[in-house]
Design a protein. Sequence first.
Length: 207
Amino acid sequence: MPLSKQRRRLTRWLARFARSVSFLVHGLQIEPMAIHRFKKYSIILAILTVFIILVPINQLVEVEVIRVIDGDTFVTSQLGSIRLADASTPEIGQAGGDEAKILLTSLLTNKRVYVNIDDLYKKDTTGNRLVCVVYVQQGSGLINVNKALLDSGLAVSDDHMNEFHPSLWAYYWPISFLPETYFIETILSVVLIGISYFIMKRSWSSF
């Protein structure tokens, strides 16, 4: 994934960070060189964590829609079949099924379409469809297609085992800020920024 390199760097910094934090936890004497390292690592860590929060847009893949199968499935030229994550609509022929397909078609037609693929399992239980949160561009932001189907009442929320969290979805997001795509990373980032602040405060007050 696009952020794997940043995550590896963050892991290396955390490993070094852990050794430094142990001095604080156990109340050991902090030497001037260690204080310098605290400053260096905490500032860099803070920058990295803020960067992780602000760039989830990099995980979105633009696709070309070939056809819509039903209210929660469509086919793309690049990735094959796409299944809307955590949003299930009736089958074609069932009550609401045709209406859901019409709505999904209207949302995807003549739009720039982006998908965020589930990092945990990627495909659904059939093994044939990629599980994704789907977005279409509107103005300077993106419409969450999954959320649009849920809000219409034509789809029901099925919070399956994947990286997504429907409770965090909103209908419209600024194009550079999609927090639902990085729920776990966002929580981790907040914790790491707090650690960074604590270490900077302790190290700077040591002079």
